[in-house]
Design a protein around this ligand. Structure first.
Ligand code: ZN
Length: 384
């Protein structure tokens, strides 16, 4: 308890100091993104971010192509399918978007086949980023095999989310069912995503309790990729650093083909990541997020590491209520600062949610030029 109280105290002091800086020196903090507090923040941080000094690969030449190799969006089929009102393919052709991750489409429908065919002809990859653990380990198995499922912190096996990654039989089922994902959700870029159940807790059984959430996630991912590779030998699989898996794994190592996907959903969406004192919903400061990113990049290859951001996530800004759409809080300076930060860590693959930016969004707010700004910003970025 004492540790928690000290941490809270530091956070309160950090907020108080930030508020004081805004009051006393508004132009200073607005222009410099909170740099004035960085010296104080270093006293409050448990660890400092430590990007490697030179993250520019020898073969990078701005004349030959953009720094950001993946420039993509994640959204729902209903967001992209009303093309007469908002045509994401046209936006991509104009601005250089090159990857669409689309959920909730009927993959057997003629309209989907036609849509993805047109994407293919225009150099746009199709992939599927989704939470999958409950599909890979069906909940109905709980009736006969509760040991496949996670133990909660009171010692009871529960089937609410995820599973027990120390149970070999559960892992065998997951490995087998990953083949179904590989068949059904075939991506065009060999990237696959079988995220843990959204905001689900982890296993606290005697075999798992020494493993942090990212370790447990990796135990699942290391067998999921085996199943995927049986369908597609070139398959790669995301390790999602998100929610309780933001911190790097400590014990388990990724097998070949696992790539880092860093998705700071609970960051402060109104300050750039470089404002290290800022903190969002989960209480982690941006300094802590960047430390976690740095730690993850010591375990996962930098070359394939990807960011999943929320700059254009209308669903988040609308509190996931599509009947009450809110305009995306697009901030060009924040975006440019963030991509510079990510590039400084060597990251060259970027996606953002654009959920709820749809025909209805256009009717309410007009054309979302923020998508163009996002795509062009990534396409035209030059790493210094
Ligand atoms: Zn367990």
């Amino acid at each position: 308890m004492q540790k928690v109280d000290i941490y809270r105290m530091k956070k309160i002091l950090s907020f108080a100091l930030a508020a004081l800086m805004v009051t006393a020196f508004p132009s200073c903090t607005e222009d410099r993104g909170g740099d004035a507090t960085d010296g104080w923040e270093k006293m409050f941080q448990r660890d400092d971010p430590d990007p490697e000094e030179d993250t520019t690969p020898d073969d990078y030449d701005p004349e030959k192509g953009p720094w950001f190799l993946t420039r993509g969006i994640v959204c729902c089929w209903t967001d992209v399918s009303k093309r007469s009102k908002l045509d994401y393919i046209d936006i991509a052709k104009r601005t250089g978007l090159n990857c669409f991750s689309i959920y909730n489409a009927d993959l057997s429908s003629a309209v989907w086949q036609s849509y993805t065919g047109e994407c293919s002809r225009n150099g746009i990859d199709i992939e599927f980023e989704e939470h999958m653990l409950s599909f890979l380990l069906p909940r109905e198995l709980y009736q006969t095999h509760p040991e496949y499922f996670r133990m909660n912190d009171r010692g009871v096996r529960v089937d609410d989310a995820n599973g027990c990654p120390s149970n070999e039989e559960a892992l065998a089922i997951i490995r087998e069912r990953a083949k179904i994902i590989g068949e059904k959700y075939k991506s065009t870029n060999n990237k696959y995503y079988c995220w843990l159940d959204d905001t689900g807790d982890i296993c606290h059984c005697p075999d798992c309790k020494g493993l942090n959430p990212a370790d447990q996630s990796l135990l699942f991912e290391n067998v999921i990729i085996e199943g995927l590779k049986e369908v597609n030998p070139d398959a790669t699989l995301a390790h999602l650093a998100y929610y309780n898996t933001v911190e790097a794994p400590k014990t388990v190592k990724p097998v070949d083909g696992i790539f880092l996907e860093f998705a700071p959903i609970d960051r402060d969406h109104y300050h750039p990541l470089s404002t290290t004192w800022a903190s969002g919903k989960d209480g982690r400061t941006h300094g802590q997020y960047l430390k976690a990113l740095s730690d993850n990049l010591k375990i996962f290859p930098k070359e394939t590491a990807q960011v999943l951001e929320y700059w254009l996530d209308c669903s988040l800004f609308s509190n996931w209520d599509e009947s009450n759409l809110k305009e995306v809080a697009w901030n060009q300076d924040l975006f440019e600062d963030d991509i510079k930060t990510y590039a400084s860590y060597g990251i060259r693959h970027v996606m953002t949610y654009t959920s709820y930016i749809s025909a209805n969004y256009v009717a309410k707010f007009g054309y979302p030029s923020c998508i163009d700004r996002y795509a062009e910003g990534l396409r035209d970025f030059v790493k210094k």
